[in-house]
Each structure stands twice: as C-alpha cells, then as structure tokens.
Design a protein around this ligand. Structure first.
Ligand SMILES: Nc1ncnc2c1ncn2[C@@H]1O[C@H](COP(=O)(O)OP(=O)(O)OP(=O)(O)O)[C@@H](O)[C@H]1O
Length: 212
C-alpha cells in the first residue's frame, strides 16, 4: 500500500484552477520534491493534501483511505502527517519553545511528564535546547523553522510535508537540516526552490520530483 495516492486532483482558488489532473503517489521512505516558479501552486498542493484547501475534483488517499471532507483529514493532522508551513511563525503557539514543542504530544493524550520529556528530546536532537525557555515571539526565522520542525517531530509523524524548509537558514544550518532529514528516513513531500538542498537530499534511485 502506498503512503499517499493522488489521482486527477484539481484545486481552484479565486475561480482559477491552480492545478488540474495532478496524479502521483508516495511510497514508504520516498521523498517527493515539488519544484516550480513562485505562485505555481506548491504550497496549495501541500495545504490541499491535509484538507486546509478543498479540492474541486479528484482523489486524495492517505494510507489507502479516501479523504474528501474535513472530518477525513482531521485525524491525519493530529500528528500522523506532520506539516511545516512556509511561514513557520504561523504554527507556533508558545508561550515558550519547550511548551510549544510539548503541545502536540499533550494534545495526543500523553501526560505532562511524558510530553515534556519528548519535547526536550526533540530539542536536543535538533540542537536547539538553548532555546527552550525563550518566548516563541523572540525567535529568528531560522530558529522558528527548527522549533516548528521539533513540534512536528514530537508527534512522531509517519510522513512529513515541508514547505520551503531552508528558508531563513544559512549554509551550516541547511547542512544540519539535510543530515537530520536523511537520518529520519520518513516519506516526505518537500516544496523547495533550493537546488543544492534538493540535489544533496535526493536519492536518484528512489526519490521523485514534480515540476509545477
Ligand atoms: N489564500 C489564497 N486565496 C486565493 N489565492 C491564493 C491564496 N493563497 C495563494 N493563492 C494563489 O494561489 C496560487 C498558488 O500559490 P502557492 O502559494 O500555492 O504557490 P507556490 O508555488 O507555493 O509559491 P511560492 O514558491 O512563491 O511559495 C498563486 O497564484 C497565489 O496567489
């Protein structure tokens, strides 16, 4: 069974089709890179895959299950499919970095000790423990990106959707992110303009690219 099957998907915004007849699938451990001009629809696709933007036609099947209505997508957003938005500040609640990263596991029903323990481990993994007591409103763009990713990973997702994950990162931190994503070996869909990042992360025997 594929992780995701998309068949003949059409999404309309402002009465204009952003894409039509889009079909692809995602298999376990595979990375799918979304590439294309600004405004071509990469973020729209990521949002539609979790039902944040409705699709007008076609099918989205996650783990074999057809997802059509809001209620079909809600369980996926609870952690099974992790998404990092292009503007990571939009998904940080705070008040502190540690509280923010613990929010997901708390929401999944873990007790406070378990949730904060998982959150601390994710901060260590991403090498941002030093930020744990900082207010999320005071973070730099790159720090926001890593905090959002730690929050998503703390929910132990089975698949990741990443929208321009290298935005705001310098070369050293792009290398850190690349190494982490390699190590995770989760299936991923990544929208990116960063050709070096894409080519470093791509396994040509397994990964795919979708041109918008
Ligand atoms: N909330 C919205 N309402 C209406 N149209 C929108 C909305 N968000 C985006 N669009 C439009 O949908 C189209 C696709 O935008 P989208 O953000 O998906 O592109 P993108 O490929 O991710 O761009 P970028 O590379 O600049 O991030 C664009 O024409 C954009 O103006």
């Amino acid at each position: 069974m594929n992780i995701l099957d998309v068949n003949q998907l059409q999404v309309i915004r402002n009465e204009q089709a952003i894409f039509t007849d889009l079909s692809f699938c995602l298999q376990d451990r595979q990375r799918l890179f979304l590439q294309g001009d600004i405004g071509s629809g990469k973020s729209t696709l990521l949002h539609s895959l979790l039902g944040f933007v409705p699709h007008a036609q076609g099918e989205i099947r996650w783990f074999g299950q057809l997802c059509r209505q809001e209620r079909d997508f809600v369980p996926l957003r609870g952690g099974r499919v992790g998404i990092c938005f292009q503007h990571s500040a939009d998904q940080l609640f705070g008040p502190t970095v540690l509280d923010d990263v613990a929010f997901g596991p708390l929401n999944q029903g873990l007790n406070k000790n378990q949730a904060y323990d998982i959150a601390l481990r994710q901060l260590e993994r991403l090498d941002i423990t030093r930020l744990k007591d900082r207010s999320v409103n005071t973070l730099s763009g790159g720090e926001q990106n890593f905090t959002a990713l730690a929050g998503v990973l703390s929910m132990q997702p089975q698949v990741l959707l990443l929208d321009e994950p290298t935005n705001g990162l310098d070369a050293k931190n792009i290398a850190k992110l690349t190494a982490l994503l390699r190590e995770l070996s989760l299936p991923m869909i990544i929208a990116s303009h960063d050709q070096v990042f894409i080519s470093t992360l791509t396994d040509p025997n397994r990964d795919l690219s979708l041109q918008f």
